[in-house]
Design a protein around this ligand. Structure first.
Ligand SMILES: NC(=O)c1ccc[n+]([C@@H]2O[C@H](COP(=O)([O-])OP(=O)(O)OC[C@H]3O[C@@H](n4cnc5c(N)ncnc54)[C@H](O)[C@@H]3O)[C@@H](O)[C@H]2O)c1
Ligand SMILES: O=C(O)CC[C@@H](O)C(=O)O
Length: 524
């Protein structure tokens, strides 16, 4: 018998797979309800209201699985759960359609002043001239983030006769062509769109992706929507641009702090809002509840789950043997995703040396989880890695080779984009640890950890001194520095490690040095 605590409002009908399980006892109460004995709970089901903190998990020593009936797991301390060996699962696609439809409803409402006109009529007014709207037909819609929800919005926008421009670093040309959208840069979207809607996860890269600098580039009168996560559009900067009349209208379903309370944007008539209702339909709630309920049941039946966010589905024994290679595979994937700025359509992995005796398929999945990290809202792990790559149109190839480049073992991964290919090779050396030994055509040797800076430069006397000078002037301590080159006087690279990431200003000063070809921070 296992006890399941359903702590948030989750569709009862969707819980059927668990209600139907004679081994399961369902308790529908808040986590702080004095009647709940947290110590005996084995599964916790939540939406976004319950904050699943490390402290809460500490009170639940028997907790095996946390299920989020929805996509975002921002209310769950996933690293803490992983550390405690608790599996976290979500329902990644059950509310896609509802959220896309809600975004579309917000867009239409915004263009036709529906909420404002509605309130006006309810106040016994009849101001037909005040609420003249704008058609969607023929307008340019810019979509930032072309995953599940972004793609559904694009389909609907095309039916409405809109031209769809999209920006998503993961989107390949083939997929864009299939969806009939124009894949372009963020700048183009800012400059050409009449309406911009964001559908990325909230990551360090996407936080404030639409900020003052971006707003400056938009058309006067542009409409902006955020039905993804608060903070993707910087709220303070947005308020400035609504106040000065540059932004013609805003629709928000999500806020940096929810509920937003007294918020500067709320006082404007052309800002329309909903209280995080994207997924609030009967259908979406039934879908997400059914998905997680089925997964929890599957887990307690001893079978692997398919939407696990944090844990590998292999035995502890194998896990221990494979662990060092697992880490380096993940780091290689993550280095690739931070270095390759274009859409990737192929990832080929070559294993050589002693690593070939292990379950390399598992390592391939670990590499993919590193590759997708920070890019998409679903944390990709070994369970869902291949499916995610397939969904994103990325071909994954794996082969075994005898060429280990002089190392006992070697994992080499090449990412192919539209224009370029980028290869990273790593190895694990006993008593020494993981090393990256090859980066984009250059032999090198560095520890893949912490705050790194990968610099491509010309091999000229003084270049290291110039870099050192800029960093020294800013009191930045270089923890380690490795250099690599192909031939004297030609192209070269250096990889530096710091105790903390460099600021935009420091990066730009380095980038402005004569000998520097490009700089690329890598945070692992
Ligand atoms: N309002 C709601 O109730 C509600 C409901 C469901 C999902 N959401 C949110 O909507 C968002 C999208 O969800 P989804 O299911 O489509 O996720 P998804 O993972 O399928 O898609 C996200 C897309 O964003 C892209 N992306 C990542 N970083 C980017 C960047 N820097 N620039 C441009 N694109 C980038 C990814 O490549 C991916 O294609 C998430 O933030 C999710 O939490 C909100
Ligand atoms: O209504 C909810 O549970 C929030 C849904 C949404 O933000 C998600 O991440 O799935």
């Amino acid at each position: 018998m296992y006890q399941i605590l359903v702590a948030d409002a989750i569709s009862e009908e969707g819980l059927y797979p668990l209600l139907n399980d004679t081994n399961a006892e369902i308790i529908q109460k808040k986590t702080d309800d004095p009647e709940v004995d947290l110590s005996t709970i084995k599964a916790l089901l939540v939406r976004s209201a319950t904050k699943v903190t490390d402290e809460l998990m500490a009170e639940m020593p028997n907790l095996k699985i946390i299920a989020r009936a929805g996509v975002g797991v921002d209310n769950i301390d996933v690293p803490a759960a992983t550390k405690r060996g608790i599996i976290v699962i979500n329902a990644p696609d059950g509310n896609t359609i509802s959220t896309a439809e809600h975004t579309f409803a917000m867009m239409a409402s915004l263009m036709r002043n529906i909420p404002q006109a509605h309130s006006s009529v309810k106040n016994l007014e009849w101001k037909r001239n005040q609420y003249v709207g704008t058609e969607l037909f023929g307008k340019n819609l810019g979509i930032v983030g072309m995953g599940r929800i972004g793609s559904e919005i694009a389909k609907r926008a095309k039916v409405f006769g809109m031209s769809v421009l999209v920006f998503d670093p993961f989107l390949t040309k083939e997929r864009a062509a299939k969806l009939g959208v124009e894949s372009t840069t963020l700048d183009e979207i800012l400059q050409r769109s009449d309406i911009i809607t964001v559908h990325t996860p909230l990551t360090p890269e996407t936080k404030g992706i639409i900020n003052e600098e971006a707003l400056k580039k938009t058309k006067k009168g542009v409409r902006l929507l955020n039905c993804a996560r608060g903070g993707i559009i910087d709220e303070q900067d947005l308020a400035k641009y609504v106040a000065n009349g540059h932004v013609g209208g805003v629709a928000l379903d999500v806020f940096e702090t929810e509920p937003p309370g007294e918020h500067p944007l709320l006082k404007y008539d052309n800002v329309i809002v909903t209280p995080h209702l994207g997924a609030s339909t009967k259908e979406a709630q039934l879908n997400v509840a059914t998905q997680v309920a089925q997964e929890v049941r599957t887990y307690f039946e001893g079978n692997p789950v398919s939407n696990s966010i944090n844990l590998p589905a292999i035995s502890k024994d194998i896990y221990e043997k494979i662990q060092p290679f697992y880490q380096i595979s993940k780091q290689i994937g993550n280095i690739l995703t931070q270095c390759v700025k274009e859409g990737v359509h192929e990832l080929s992995i070559t294993y050589s040396g002693s690593v070939t005796e292990l379950e390399t398929a598992y390592l391939t999945k670990a590499m993919l989880s590193g590759f997708f990290k920070g890019r998409i809202d679903v944390n990709v792990n070994e369970v869902n890695a291949l499916l995610t790559a397939k969904e994103r149109g990325i071909t994954v190839g794996e082969k075994i080779s005898t060429e280990a480049f002089g190392y006992d073992n070697c994992i080499s991964v090449t990412a192919k984009g539209e224009e370029n290919a980028f290869t990273v090779r790593g190895t694990f050396i006993d008593h020494y640890g993981p090393r990256i030994v090859y980066l984009n055509g250059f032999n090198i040797d560095f520890l893949p950890e912490g705050n790194l800076l990968y610099i491509q430069h010309m091999d000229r006397p003084g270049v290291i001194g110039h870099v050192g000078q800029v960093l020294g002037d800013h009191h930045i301590n270089i923890a380690t520095m490795q250099v690599g080159r192909k031939q004297a006087g030609g192209e070269a690279i250096m990889v530096l490690a710091f105790d903390k990431p460099l600021s935009e200003n420091e990066l730009s000063l380095l980038n402005n040095l004569d000998e520097i070809v490009s700089i690329n921070p890598i945070i692992l």
